[in-house]
Design a protein around this ligand. Structure first.
Ligand code: MG
Ligand code: MG
Length: 273
């Protein structure tokens, strides 16, 4: 069941989204060679404690419950990486995904950062993945159905020569982190026929493109959580929690102070191809 949110509920979700955004600023400032992924996770956990919010990821059930407040995935790791003793080195990319619940409402977002200087093709992967998320936000303001947005996302990524991950998708979000509908970053005929949905005011979804440099195929690692690319090439992941309002799409986990969207999409366009 798809649950639409009132404008008051969306305002409450923005408050949760801003805490998630702040957590990402703390994490981003720590990203440099020599820092461990566990140190970044602990800084975010401390911030969530200070803010009195409930981390969404810690304890998520699986073969073993997820042990951290962030999923941290490095290089060829796509999503669901477990933070720990791995030290970042120059040229790595690090995807940080985190979320929290404030007064009953959830926020969820992810960013991928370069560690120091990265190769040009890796920078292109980051530009493509952040660019396709910003494209999706923009298109949500002019398209009627998600399938139309998703098919343009897939074309955008294909034009870069990269591959959209299909095994993992975005999701509705509200009082729970994962609600209906499923939000793929590509559009199959069966999605259009059976699962497509209208972009109407009150809809709140987490849009989270995962883009691989090589094959779209992923494989699980033996830790029961981490998903890597099947060919060992790099992967990036960006995510925002986005509400449809009467005035158009609103990225609830985005920078409160500036046009983060516009800047990113311009950068992506100039380096495209
Ligand atoms: Mg997430
Ligand atoms: Mg998510």
């Amino acid at each position: 069941m798809l649950k639409l949110k009132s404008s008051r509920e969306i305002e409450a979700m923005r408050k949760a989204g801003l805490v998630v955004w702040e957590a990402h600023q703390i994490a981003k400032r720590l990203v440099r060679p020599g820092v461990t992924t566990g140190e970044i996770d602990r800084a975010v956990e401390k911030f969530f404690e200070e803010q009195n919010v409930v981390p969404l990821f810690k304890g998520v059930p699986g073969r073993v419950p997820f042990p951290a407040v962030c999923c941290i995935s490095v290089n060829d790791e796509v999503v669901h990486g477990i933070p720990g003793s791995r030290k970042l080195v120059e040229g790595d990319i690090i995807s940080i995904d985190t979320g929290c619940k404030l007064k009953g409402w959830c926020g969820d977002s992810a960013f991928t950062h370069a560690v120091g200087q990265v190769d040009d093709d890796v920078q292109k992967l980051l530009d493509c993945t952040s660019g396709v998320l910003q494209l999706a936000i923009k298109l949500m303001g002019s398209r009627n159905r998600w399938g139309d947005v998703a098919s343009e996302m897939a074309t955008f990524v294909r034009d870069y020569g990269f591959a959209v991950v299909e095994n993992f998708v975005g999701h509705g979000i509200g009082k729970n982190m994962h609600e209906d509908p499923q939000v793929p970053n590509f559009c199959s005929p069966s999605f259009r026929r059976k699962h497509d949905f209208e972009l109407e005011p009150g809809l709140v979804i987490a849009v989270e493109p995962m883009v691989n440099m090589g094959t779209k195929k992923v494989r699980p690692l033996p830790d029961f959580w981490t998903q890597s690319t099947a060919d060992g090439k790099y992967s990036a992941h960006f995510e925002h929690t986005i509400a449809m309002t009467e005035d158009g799409p609103w990225a609830l986990t985005a920078n409160p102070r500036s046009g983060e969207e516009e800047e990113t999409i311009d950068a992506a366009t100039t380096t495209k191809g």
